[in-house]
Design a binder for this molecule. Structure first.
Ligand SMILES: NC(=O)c1ccc[n+]([C@@H]2O[C@H](COP(=O)([O-])OP(=O)(O)OC[C@H]3O[C@@H](n4cnc5c(N)ncnc54)[C@H](OP(=O)(O)O)[C@@H]3O)[C@@H](O)[C@H]2O)c1
Length: 359
């Protein structure tokens, strides 16, 4: 069902702008999908029709967008015809099935799942870092039709990491990154957030959502274990960081940890630059970098936290200090809302980059 939006409610931009897009969101009922709806509503993109898609399980659900009620419907191929932007956040299996269908129908797709991220033909984009990798929204096909572009949105832990790494790389070079993540329950979607709430509110020992009780605990496992003892989340952090920064040989050493926090991922990062970098010089670079809020040592508290970052769009950086043993070593504490900059905000920023380019 195509919901035509009230002209007065469908825009958040100049009255002279006659452009407006038909937008689809696959996975609209999920943690990220609902946040995409919020981020799209506050974006500069003018939306004339909105198609909200999920599994048959969500039939009957109604979500609000810029004051209009929009029903959620089961995904099907014909719904992608005429779509100007499709935001996907329904997991890797659904993306594997529906992204080729949507793109072939001419719909440009920004996919939030892991399915296409490491495909060499698919750009993996964080606008503050590699907006240059973003192709046009559509390309002409030999048969005269239009092919929608497919763009991958990176993993949440990777996005906040590369936003902080890129300005340091550009200024001082980058040799090595060692990090431990502190990832919230909502990183595992609705199931994860609900499991933590049940442990907290109902005293439930723990659910299948996590491999151990999460309340009062920390779990050094996000996603499944691979043969060499790394987890898939750690593998994603390594491979995606290299791809986005365009540094295929970069040494990245992650340990990914789940913590009993609702929303917001934190990362303790140690990095080594190619050229010596004082803490003051790194702070000066970060203070001017796009998408970053630097929390100064004189602020109260003098560091960002997930609780403070939840519901916000920037990547928050604090605890910037040079290493005591290694002159090219720098420590950072990086925090972001995993549902926003770690997922929905980044996807909508990609869409906004298209919107602005096409003027
Ligand atoms: N949570 C995060 O912090 C985060 C960050 C970055 C990336 N991601 C990625 O974003 C995606 C969604 O994550 P989430 O946290 O929002 O998960 P979620 O809360 O579990 O939501 C999943 C969404 O996908 C829909 N869906 C599942 N299978 C489907 C199918 N076969 N066909 C159509 N719709 C289907 C669900 O619809 P129903 O409600 O109808 O079941 C729901 O709308 C995942 O790929 C995840 O890895 C998540």
């Amino acid at each position: 069902m195509r919901i035509k939006l009230d002209e007065n409610l469908s825009m958040n931009t100049s009255r002279n702008d006659s452009r407006a897009w038909r937008v689809a969101i696959l996975g609209a009922t999920g943690m990220v999908g609902r946040t995409m709806l919020t981020c799209l509503a506050s974006s500069s993109i003018r939306v004339r029709e909105l198609v909200l898609l999920a599994s048959p399980h969500s039939a009957g659900t109604v979500l609000n967008f810029r004051g209009s009620d929009v029903p959620v419907e089961p995904v099907s191929a014909e719904l992608f015809r005429g779509i100007d932007l499709a935001l996907f956040s329904a997991g890797a299996a659904a993306s594997g099935k529906w992204a080729p269908v949507a793109c072939a129908a001419g719909a440009p797709v920004v996919d939030n799942s892991s399915r296409w991220r490491m495909d060499p033909a698919v750009p993996l984009v964080v606008p503050e870092v590699n907006a240059h990798a973003l192709p046009p929204r559509r390309a002409a096909r030999e048969d005269g039709g239009a092919q929608g572009a497919l763009i991958a949105n990176p993993n949440c832990a990777t996005i906040q990491l590369v936003v902080a790494l890129e300005p340091i790389r550009a200024a001082f070079g980058l040799e090595r990154v060692v990090l431990a993540t502190y990832q919230s329950a909502s990183g595992k979607g609705q199931t994860g957030l609900q499991a933590l709430a049940e442990e907290r509110n109902e005293g439930r020992a723990h659910s299948a959502a996590f491999p151990a009780p999460l309340l009062g605990n920390v779990i050094p496992q996000c996603d499944i274990f691979l043969d060499d003892g790394y987890t898939r989340e750690e593998e994603k952090t390594i491979l995606e960081t290299r791809k986005i920064l365009g540094m295929p040989g970069l040494a990245v050493h992650p340990t990914c940890v789940r913590v009993p926090v609702d929303v917001g991922h934190a990362e303790a990062v140690y990095l080594e630059t190619s050229r010596p970098a004082t803490a003051a010089a790194v702070r000066a670079v970060l203070a001017l970098a796009p998408g970053i809020v630097l929390v100064g040592d004189s602020e109260t508290p003098p560091f960002p936290t997930p609780l403070a970052a939840a519901g916000t769009d920037p990547v928050w950086v604090g605890r910037v200090r040079t290493d005591r043993c290694e002159p090219r070593g720098v420590h950072l504490w990086i925090v972001a809302d995993n549902l926003r900059k770690g997922a929905a905000t980044n996807a909508v920023q990609i869409a906004e980059a298209w919107w602005e380019r096409e003027g």
